[in-house]
Design a protein. Structure first.
Length: 423
């Protein structure tokens, strides 16, 4: 009798494992269309190529798929994640290393379902969580454009992920839990401009890839909420686009939002860090109508209050040290009262980036400098020099705490541990 119970238990276990594997497989295949048996013919006219080039700019494809100093779209750019280093792929039309052997259906499947030409699953560092919403016509135009760029015979380096994140079975389980392919659904109660802006922000611009909070396994808690979060693998905080106290623009004039996206600066604020690269490579090149649509959508986002900040008073003598350092290194540009210089140097008094509950960005800026993007509307922006090699961790903590506790600010002070974390 005992052996019978063991056999039954093992059989039930095997059935459970088979059932679980079947569920994971089904979840990974949901929504996928079968690849067509016959070759597709796409419109590859000059107008279609031009349209695809514009879409590539709107999606900032070159931002990830072009390594620093490398050839356009040849990939190889390292992307740090909490699970190891991912290298962007070659998306030129090279037959061996790029998209040369891909069909339009392969490309659509990769973009909307995160599956490569050989059927392998793509890592979510590639934002198919957002690209799943892309329109088929846009995907076809983008594919036509990428097939028109210069082919580069450059292999993609092997990803350097820690075990077990380097396994396809692990990725399949992650996708079964967190990835749901979808299709774009506009809101008929909103204007055409609002819907265009929503599409650009949620899908093509994939803003949720940075501005959405992620869990411990790197999955977006809600990619459309845009409630802010640390950028995966980077010591930068992408502030909430719904909270006026962070990066929400609900109270801004429409033209101020457009100016920020077009030039990197406006009367209400400027962009630094990863967002400066987005403006430089992407949004400055967009048509005004699209920028206004994005601004309309962003302004209409429901406001999300930020949680109250945990109090942290400055350490003994920290404010005095911070004030001395500010007067020595900062006041000549930013002013004795943090007032800045209109149109040239941003003010620090009242600046949202200075008093965020999460101090990553202000610490990083003092450490490594602050540089606005050079754009057609602001071709020679002022930059702030780095102080990482000039000031100690204690001094960086002191000056940042001074900024966060002066001129009416009541943000928590920072410590040397904070500075070391963001170095």
């Amino acid at each position: 009798m005992g052996s019978s119970r063991v056999v039954v238990s093992l059989l039930l276990l095997v059935l459970a494992v088979i059932g679980f594997a079947g569920w994971v497989t089904a979840m990974n295949l949901q929504g996928e269309e079968p690849l067509p048996a016959r070759a597709e013919t796409l419109d590859d006219s000059a107008a279609q190529v031009k349209r695809g080039a514009y879409l590539a700019l709107a999606g900032n494809c070159a931002g990830c798929h072009t390594a620093r100093g490398g050839l356009a779209y040849a990939g190889g750019r390292p992307i740090e994640t909490p699970f190891g280093t991912v290298y962007s792929s070659n998306i030129t039309p090279d037959a061996e290393h790029g998209l040369g052997r891909w069909t339009p259906a392969h490309f659509r499947r990769a973009m909307r379902h995160g599956r490569s030409v050989d059927g392998s699953l793509l890592l979510p560092a590639f934002p198919y969580e957002q690209y799943t919403l892309l329109d088929r016509a846009d995907l076809d135009a983008l594919f036509v454009y990428l097939r028109s760029v210069s082919a580069v015979a450059q292999p993609t380096p092997q990803h350097a992920l820690r075990f077990p994140y380097d396994l396809q079975v692990t990725l399949a389980l992650w996708r079964a839990l967190y990835f749901r392919p979808s299709a774009w659904q506009g809101d008929p109660s909103q204007s055409a401009s609002w819907n265009r802006g929503a599409y650009l922000v949620q899908a093509l611009g994939h803003c949720g890839a940075c501005h959405a909070e992620r869990n411990a396994l790197g999955a977006s808690r809600d990619a459309t909420a845009l409630g802010g979060g640390m950028i995966a693998g980077q010591p930068w905080y992408a502030p909430s686009l719904r909270a006026p106290a962070e990066a929400g623009v609900q109270t801004w004039d429409l033209d101020e939002v457009v100016a920020l996206l077009k030039t990197g600066t406006s009367a209400r604020g400027s962009v630094l860090g990863p967002m400066a690269d987005v403006v430089y490579r992407s949004t400055q090149h967009l048509e005004t109508a699209d920028l206004r649509a994005m601004a309309e959508y962003l302004k209409a986002l429901p406001e999300l209050p930020v949680p109250p900040m945990a109090p942290r008073e400055p350490a003994g003598g920290q404010m005095e040290l911070g004030q001395r350092l500010y007067e020595r290194h900062c006041a000549d540009c930013h002013g004795a009262q943090g007032e800045g210089r209109p149109g040239q140097i941003p003010p620090l008094a009242g600046a949202r980036a200075v008093i965020l509950a999460q101090p990553a960005n202000v610490v990083r800026t003092v450490l490594w400098g602050g540089f606005l993007p050079a754009t057609a509307g602001n071709p020679r922006p002022f930059g702030m020099p780095p102080f990482a090699h000039q000031l100690s961790d204690e001094e960086i903590a002191a000056v940042v705490s001074y900024l966060r506790r002066s001129w009416g600010h009541r943000a928590p002070a920072v410590t040397m541990l904070d500075v070391r974390r963001y170095r």
